[in-house]
Design a protein around this ligand. Sequence first.
Ligand SMILES: Cc1cc2nc3c(=O)[nH]c(=O)nc-3n(C[C@H](O)[C@H](O)[C@H](O)COP(=O)(O)O)c2cc1C
Length: 212
Amino acid sequence: MDWQADGYDVIVAVSGASGASLGVAVLDRLTALRVRVHLVVTDSGERTLAHEIGPEAHGRMLLKAHRCYDNKDIGAAIASGSFPVSGMIIAPCSMKTLASIATGVSGNLVARAADVQLKERRRLVLMTRETPLHLGHLRNMTSVTEMGAIVMPPVPAFYHRPRSIEDITDHLACRGIDLLGLSLSHQARAWTGEAASNQPKIAIGSAPKSRA
Ligand SMILES: Cc1cc2nc3c(=O)[nH]c(=O)nc-3n(C[C@H](O)[C@H](O)[C@H](O)COP(=O)(O)O)c2cc1C
């Protein structure tokens, strides 16, 4: 695609689910990769950023992004399919924003931009965060998956032995970025098999030992 000749443009949205640091980690990683980030933060996203990280967190994100948009600005460039971006990631994605996307109710810029990614058949990665889930949540996840989105709940992996919350957040951000399918180096540390690691041997998938 021609517009990618000088790099990638990606929309990053932060909605009001817990895990605001995921949005920060995704933004930091993408900007380090010289991807131009188009940032939208919902009102509730601003609130969780302040609550979970601090009052200055949102302002710091605005300074790092290539362009920032008001969630009420449904006339913004990223609201149109003619504006060339490579994809969008919502990190974290609330159940409200998920429901808006699942039903095509494009009442704000985040939902509209997500809708645009689906209609243009571009990558849309949703880091949906809620637990436990009711049937409506699960149905909405099914709907967006049928429409082409990738649902990636931020469920941590422990096989890489994270030592801090930052390790966990960064690994999840890398997995989300990898799912955008950009032609960049693979971000998340890959599982290379037990033999390659220094772990004690655990027979994954083997039959449990008999107690006899
Ligand atoms: C501290 C805090 C944590 C929240 N965590 C979640 C969550 O994990 N998942 C979720 O779906 N909503 C969560 N909510 C509720 C959403 O913020 C709320 O539904 C909001 O309307 C979502 O709006 P948005 O999708 O436009 O950001 C949380 C709210 C607050 C204040």
